[in-house]
Design a protein around this ligand. Structure first.
Ligand code: SAM
Length: 312
């Protein structure tokens, strides 16, 4: 590194080679899917040679974009945008860095930077921008439908952390029933239906004012249907369910969205496991609320980042 006083912007010396994080992660993403370079090339609409070169940091930003799209490979820690180029431009603007200043800092010309921001240019130049603007950018955890590790029992026994529950209690009040409870779970409820005590939340009647439901995710739809039915027949006044944001079933669209308030949660929740560890979900989450009031929803908004969908 050399200091380019008097403008006091640090100039980054970059060898034009590979960006260690981005390109290694990109290759790992390809291998993780079990794809050869040829398979990625076919899915990206570029030549096998282009993928070979890409993984060595050589080639065009257009090739990089095509491969990232095919791999569903996204980076966080930069800024908003559909492509890496858009993200970098958003980052530069947010930090108030002029093109000229960035040119000094990276050793690239103003024209090259503009070209990259429009999706053109070379990978080597784009890597220089990454180093200067977003050195901490990293791969966004891939979205999966289910927990990846452990057996089914382990994957289904993930407990809502106390800090999340504190927001539930604060916004919606005390919980009367946890119909799919676990004795190791920190959820505080007046009544808990426990499988190992012979209870069954899919059969036993629910009761009380508020039910909190964090169901086994492998049977999410069944539990949402059960929650809806128990609320509809009046066994509970209100239900709040914390579930993966899976919205593809006909029942979700035809029935649930007519009766439920749904809050798409920003970020992911670190659930606790049976061994005392914790992991964030590899998928997005939503809160499904039945019978809750506008005041309760407003209180939730003041505590947790998310978006309530309009009721159908
Ligand atoms: C994801 S965990 C949630 C535990 C707790 N409600 C919480 O939020 O921390 C779901 C639990 O439901 C339990 N479960 C599965 N099927 C059930 C059933 N039919 N009746 C009651 N509990 C059940 C499992 O033992 C599992 O521990």
């Amino acid at each position: 590194m050399s200091n380019c006083s008097p403008c006091s912007i640090t100039r980054i010396e970059y060898d034009g080679g590979r960006h260690p994080i981005l390109l290694d992660d990109l290759r790992n993403a390809r291998r993780g899917k079990g794809w050869t370079q040829k398979a990625l090339a076919d899915r990206s609409g570029v030549s096998e040679q282009a993928i070979y070169r890409l993984e060595r940091g050589i080639g065009s930003v257009a090739t990089l974009n095509a491969a990232m799209t095919a791999l569903e490979f996204r980076l966080t820690g930069i800024g908003p945008g559909k492509t890496l180029a858009e993200q970098l431009r958003a980052r530069r603007l947010k930090r108030g860095i002029a093109l000229d200043a960035l040119a000094v800092r990276t050793g690239l010309t103003r024209k090259t930077i503009s070209n990259i921001e429009r999706g053109g240019g070379s990978i080597a130049s784009l890597m220089r921008l990454m180093e200067a603007l977003a050195p901490k950018a990293k791969r966004r955890a891939p979205e999966r439908a289910y927990w990846g590790q452990g057996d089914k029992e382990d994957r289904d026994s993930r407990f809502t952390p106390p800090e999340f529950m504190n927001n539930i209690y604060a916004a919606f009040g005390t919980v009367d029933i946890d119909p799919c409870a676990h004795r190791l779970s920190p959820v505080v409820a007046k009544r808990r239906i426990l499988l190992d005590e012979g209870g069954d939340g899919l059969i036993d009647d629910w009761s009380g004012r508020l039910a909190f439901v964090n169901p086994p995710f492998s049977a999410q739809l069944k539990w949402l249907q059960r929650a809806h039915e128990q609320w509809r027949v009046g066994n509970v006044e209100a239900v709040v369910c914390l579930v993966p944001a899976r919205t593809d079933s006909v029942w979700f669209h035809d029935t649930l969205t007519a009766d439920a308030d749904i809050c798409l949660l920003q970020g992911r929740v670190r659930f606790l496991d049976t061994k005392g560890g914790s992991q964030p979900t590899p998928f997005s989450l939503m809160l499904v609320a039945l019978g809750t009031t506008a005041q309760q929803k407003a209180a939730w908004n003041g505590l947790v980042d998310g978006l309530w969908l309009a009721r159908r």
